[in-house]
Design a protein around this ligand. Structure first.
Ligand SMILES: [Zn+2]
Length: 148
């Protein structure tokens, strides 16, 4: 795939991840993630509590509960229950991954990370780079004209 086409696909998947983030019940922050391999979306996730727990992410002080899973973690662990795997895949995330998710991304064999919002802490992205994973920051809003 040429660079221009890849960029267009990256932008569209990132926009899809953003739409997917709207599934999150979390009030403070909604994050979405898609795992794409060989041109197919093989997994998806958004931040939220584990299956079987109440769909409320924040406690009475509006602090995110410690057991809320991040979008990336949900997308990667969902694959653990499927017949597919993320080896060599790309993950699209609406925000830059934290260090805990970066560790999961590395161990999941994901080779590219495309994210849409810079988080103040860069330790997650730094770790990915150290592991030789391609990290790409895109701003889906900057691309509107080109898309028309
Ligand atoms: Zn995370």
């Amino acid at each position: 795939m040429n660079n221009e086409k890849q960029h267009k696909f990256d932008m569209r998947y990132l926009k899809m991840a953003r739409i997917w983030a709207q599934n999150s019940y979390c009030q403070r922050r909604q994050v979405g993630a898609l795992v794409v391999k060989n041109g197919m979306i093989i997994s998806d996730g958004y931040n939220g509590t584990p299956s079987g727990f109440e769909n409320i992410c924040e406690d009475e002080n509006n602090v995110t509960k410690p057991y809320v899973l991040h979008a990336e973690a949900n997308a990667i662990t969902k694959l653990a229950r499927s017949n597919n795997n993320s080896d060599g895949a790309t993950i699209y995330i609406t925000a830059s991954p934290c260090i805990e998710c970066a560790k999961l991304i590395i161990q999941a064999g994901i080779k590219r990370v495309v994210y849409g919002e810079q988080y103040r802490l860069t330790d997650g992205v730094d770790l990915l780079k150290r592991a030789g994973i391609e990290t790409i920051y895109l701003n889906p809003d900057e691309d509107e004209r080109e898309e028309e």
